[in-house]
Design a binder for this molecule. Structure first.
Ligand code: NOJ
Length: 766
């Protein structure tokens, strides 16, 4: 029973009692969700939302924000509708409501579910103050293709890390008690496998084996459900030919029957109506019936449940029990949240960030900034942290002074006026010793793409000649930036993507290099011979091969939230010792995508035993590119510190484990231990990572898989013993019958500070 509150007998008795009083129209009303701001609703919007609410024809709204606005509709629902059923207001609270934290991909780089639970907690408090008891978060889609714009909303490429982070979000938002006045119900999204869109193109079809679905893509959703998630959101994609929004296999078989989920499923925006484009039925009535009977309980903005279900119930095409079940699931969540007893939100003064909000946002960002590279420079040692030699600093680049981009995509009510840019943070530290030149735009000035974007963003107002003339001439601005760099001891070059235009929903990219003339800018600044620190503000792992080979220090800041500038400065100057590890692989070339460390073995591995190949073929016929290495430029789990850590050879508490004991699944059967020591002269935190390789099995398994991690903070010289208990959860996999099994095998164990971990031991399951 994943969420005991939703299964509670008394609560369900209340739900059933209410259901008995409801007309068919009132029941269907509960399955209908509309957005504020857009004119939707039955009868071509001839009715206002006020009237629809009063009739009981809408049970939920999204994008209505603030106590006054939500109370307005809630008063109508509670006082004027026949059965006084409260409205549930939902919203995309993704990485903060007002206090803006780093984007989810950044937060995942912390490998710190507790930190994420804290972020969720603050977000929940602020959402409730705005009248929102339901957030469309967390997004737990596994994202292995950096072309996909929504990788920024994900926890990256790995199912084990993804599941741990999903639990952190759910626990923080829901506190294991939906009835608390500052808990919010989550909507885990997007069910299912949305991140595997073919070719990384948003909304595209997904096609994968049941084994991959269950072993790689489902564990994070399942972890969220097990943690008590109250709702899920269906995804836009089709899955093996059946659109997720009308897919009984995932919505009913897996979610309800196997996982025993008692909450409700809301469709993604318009996804029920889009089933017409998926062409799985001749008309709206058919596709709505398919969605509802598959297990999608609420229609977000599709306007098909409102207009087509009643007639189909009356004609007998849909059993009324199907509608009843959907309504039951929705009412359960409304009761569990306490909305019947406490429907209104007290009006409080408008948000102003407190010192505490800022502290939390900065501490979060400090943990999410990944130090990708920090090579020694002649006569200077490692370039970072910036030492005494850096008296005058040139800050260059289009992301150096862009508060809005610090917030990242989908920043809810986050306001750029509260965001600290890197320029502002460095100004506070360096005063007159800071020089600044933007160098170029994020996109190429006067370039067609810019114009396309400008007109796309605001179609009603195509850019005037004045606007297009005002766009920068990058040749000149790059030359200015070079002159600025020459005057300084060190150049910090802040490059990246536009948070709104290039990352997030509908922002897939076919080219993963730095956009516009930024690559050229980086090369021009490097050519001055000054030491260069590259700081990247991006929503995905970009292709930065040239920089990876030529720039000594590289920092991936993602979009670090409202305290982003301060946090990056904390890292650059060494006030904070970086501890983040990338949850995604950085490609050397876009053509490597989808790129992830947990690759399957092949019969012809690029680096492996060639003895089984005829010698004349051995060099050519290998699984590799002829024009690029297979490996990542910076691999999954990678991230440097200003101190060094050493690892003892790992040990196991038993070398042989009985198969029957493991298969019984009653907890850990073997424990891997390792000593980690801080051998440098600074205190630091290491994320110790454990990977397993299953040496042989009936279904081939990845060359390595993360199965444990721990954040360990060590003083200089300090050593700690870290243990990883392993049991059925870590050792099982799905066989050809889609059964989760353990088989006799030898497990190779790798422990270290990234997915390249080389310290090994092994144990046998017999
Ligand atoms: C579409 C997005 O895919 C989803 O993540 C979001 O929650 C809904 N729109 C509501 O805004």
């Amino acid at each position: 029973m994943p969420n005991p509150q939703l299964a509670d007998r008394q609560l369900n008795a209340k739900v059933d009692a209410l259901l008995k009083q409801m007309t068919l129209e009132e029941k269907i009303g509960q399955t209908v969700q509309y957005s504020a701001g857009f004119a939707t609703g039955p009868e071509g919007s001839k009715l206002s939302y006020d009237e629809l609410t009063q009739r009981g024809a809408v049970g939920s709204m999204l994008n209505v924000v603030g106590a006054e606005k939500t109370n307005h509709y809630q008063h109508i629902a509670m006082e004027k509708s026949r059965l006084h059923i409260p409205m549930i207001f939902g919203m995309d609270v993704i990485h903060g409501q007002h206090t803006t934290f780093p984007v989810p991909l950044g937060l995942a780089s912390s490998w710190d579910p507790k930190l994420i639970a804290g972020v969720a907690r603050t977000s929940a408090v602020e959402a409730r103050a705005d009248g929102i008891p339901w957030v469309f978060s967390p997004m737990v889609d596994i994202a292995r293709d950096a072309r996909w714009g929504r990788i920024v909303e994900s926890a990256g490429e790995d199912p084990f890390l993804g599941a741990a982070i999903a639990r952190g979000w759910v626990e923080g938002y829901q506190q294991n008690d939906l009835s608390k006045p500052d808990s919010v119900a989550v909507s885990v999204k997007h069910f299912a496998a949305y991140g595997a869109a073919i070719a990384g193109r948003d909304y595209n079809a997904v096609d994968m084996s049941d084994i991959t679905l269950r072993q790689v893509y489902l564990p994070a959703y399942h972890a969220a459900v097990e943690a008590g998630a109250a709702t899920l959101m269906s995804s836009f994609n089709s899955l093996n030919g059946v659109p997720a929004t009308a897919n009984p296999y995932i919505m009913t078989q897996i979610l309800r029957k196997e996982w025993r989920f008692d909450g409700f499923v809301v469709s993604d925006w318009g996804a029920v109506a889009e089933l017409l484009n998926h062409a799985i039925g001749p008309d709206g009535a058919t596709v709505a019936r398919k969605a509802l009977t598959a297990g999608v309980d609420m229609d977000m903005e599709g306007n098909l449940y409102a207009t087509t279900i009643a007639a189909q119930v009356r004609s007998g095409a849909i059993p009324e029990s199907v509608v009843d079940e959907a309504v039951r699931r929705i009412l359960r969540v409304k009761f569990a949240l306490g909305l019947f007893d406490h429907p209104y939100t007290p009006v409080t003064p408008p948000y102003e960030p407190t010192a505490e909000n800022r502290k939390q946002a900065r501490a979060a960002a400090d943990e999410t900034i990944v130090l990708l590279k920090n090579d020694p420079m002649e006569g200077v040692g490692p370039l970072l942290p910036l030492g005494k030699y850096a008296k005058t600093v040139a800050l260059i680049g289009p992301l150096a002074d862009s508060p809005k981009d610090m917030l990242g995509s989908w920043a809810a009510e986050g306001d750029p006026k509260y965001a600290i840019s890197l320029r502002q943070a460095l100004q506070e530290r360096l005063g007159d010793h800071l020089l600044y030149a933007p160098g170029c735009g994020v996109l190429a000035g006067r370039d067609e793409n810019v114009l396309k974007h400008v007109s796309f963003i605001d179609q009603a107002n195509p850019p005037s000649a004045e606007v297009t003339e005002a766009l920068p001439n990058d040749d000149k601005t790059i030359a200015d930036a070079v002159e600025t760099a020459k005057k300084a001891d060190v150049a910090i070059v802040a490059v990246g993507e536009s948070a709104d235009w290039m990352t997030g929903e509908a922002s897939s990219r076919a080219h993963l290099s730095l956009p516009g003339h930024q690559e050229q800018l980086v090369e021009a600044i490097a050519a001055t011979g000054k030491p260069v620190v590259l700081v990247m503000f991006t929503g995905r792992p970009n292709e930065i091969k040239w920089a990876g080979e030529h720039i000594s220090a590289i920092v991936e800041a993602w979009f670090p939230g409202m305290e982003g500038g301060h946090a990056v400065a904390d890292i650059l100057f060494g006030d904070v010792n970086p501890s983040a590890k990338s949850p995604v692989s950085f490609p050397r070339a876009t053509g490597q995508e989808p790129l992830y460390y947990a690759q399957m073995p092949t019969g012809r591995p690029a680096h492996g035993d060639l003895s089984r190949m005829p010698t004349n073929a051995a060099e050519k016929f290998l699984s590799r590119y002829i024009d690029e290495d297979n490996s990542a430029l910076f691999p999954f789990g990678w991230g440097l510190s200003y101190t060094r850590f050493s690892y003892s050879p790992p040990t196991v508490n038993r070398a042989e484990v009985p198969l029957a004991e493991t298969a019984a699944g009653r907890g850990p059967v073997v424990t891997v231990g390792v000593d980690v020591r801080n051998t440098g002269s600074l205190a630091g935190t290491e994320v110790v990572q454990l990977y397993l390789r299953n040496s042989y099995s009936s279904v081939e398994q990845p060359v390595r898989e993360l199965k444990g991690f721990a954040r360990v903070t060590l003083a200089p010289g300090e050593q700690k013993h870290v243990e990883f208990p392993l049991g059925f959860n870590e050792l099982s996999f799905y066989n050809v019958e889609s059964k989760r099994v353990v088989e006799p095998t030898v497990y190779k164990v790798f422990v270290g500070g990234s997915s390249l971990a080389s310290e090994t031991t092994s144990f046998e399951v017999k």
